[in-house]
Ligand binder design. Structure first.
Ligand code: 7PJ
Length: 268
């Protein structure tokens, strides 16, 4: 039986302080490294390491604090054979992360910070350009679009051109519509419905819907730990839509769902 290719699965490693522990930064890093190893055992193809929450309403973190959080974790997970991504908006953090072993800069701000384009070009790493309307602190207050699909698509292609102009090679660019980043339920659904179109511009798509709020909006305000069903449904949809990589919390369950989908498709 020949299996059709399925998307890569990127496991999420959040490095944020554990408010219930007094073990300090060393404890937080050790916990994140252990979580990364568990995600690798569960079948992750990539790990995405982030030290600044970009969830709606989250407060910014200083560059020094972000570096203190993520560098020990990248150093601890480099050398596992699984490639590492750094989820940051800050060029200084991306630079240190790549020097410590990361090979993808996952930027929810699509390289719009000062020096971001130049840094990405100089680092020569892969970059993911994601669409976000506004900033995490306020983005869910009242997102408005004329035509969300056209606007997100035009934004992403404009950021591609800016990146290429700055010296980023096209082969290193991933795109992401940014589910939940300055978007209502209607906006999120419209973007998910056109994933094949967004995947058709010659750049691989990264897609992240894991445990996001739109699932709760469709299912009785389900809390984050009860959004696995919706997360899997979105992952399978993205896979059918030719997404190249799916960013998830629940790696084992997602890999299993994708394997079953691929096996059924290969029996056609
Ligand atoms: C995404 C991300 C996403 C990319 C986050 C959360 C919020 N990076 N970082 N795409 N989401 N590329 O996981 O709920 O959707 S943080």
């Amino acid at each position: 039986m020949t299996q059709r290719p399925r998307p890569l699965v990127m496991g999420i490693v959040n490095v944020t302080p554990d408010s219930f522990s007094d073990g300090g930064q060393h404890f937080d890093a050790a916990r994140a490294i252990a979580h990364g190893h568990a995600l690798i055992d569960a079948g992750a193809d990539w790990l995405d390491i982030g030290g600044e929450s970009t969830r709606p309403g989250a407060q910014p973190v200083s560059e020094a604090d972000e570096l203190t959080r993520i560098i020990p974790v990248i150093e601890g997970l480099a050398g596992t054979g699984i490639p590492l991504s750094i989820d940051t908006m800050k060029p200084g953090v991306a630079r240190a992360a790549v020097q410590a072993g990361a090979s993808l800069w996952n930027d929810v701000n699509a390289l719009q910070a000062d020096d971001a384009l130049e840094t990405a070009a100089e680092l020569g790493c892969k970059v993911c350009l994601m669409h976000m309307q506004g900033a995490p602190q306020t983005m869910q207050a009242d997102p408005v679009y004329g035509d969300v699909v056209a606007e997100v698509e035009a934004f992403l292609l404009a950021r591609v051109e800016a990146a290429v102009q700055a010296g980023v090679s096209r082969e290193n660019i991933w795109l992401d519509p940014g589910i939940g980043f300055g978007k209502t339920l209607t906006h999120n659904l419209a973007l998910m419905a056109v994933l094949p179109r967004l995947a058709g511009h010659g750049f691989p798509l990264l897609f992240g819907a894991s445990r996001k709020r739109f699932i709760a909006a469709l299912d009785g305000d389900a809390p984050a730990d009860q959004r696995l069903g919706g997360s899997l449904a979105a992952a399978l949809h993205a896979a059918r839509s030719k997404a190249g990589m799916i960013r998830v919390h629940d790696v084992r369950e997602t890999v299993q769902a994708l394997k079953i989908q691929a096996a059924i498709a290969s029996a056609l």
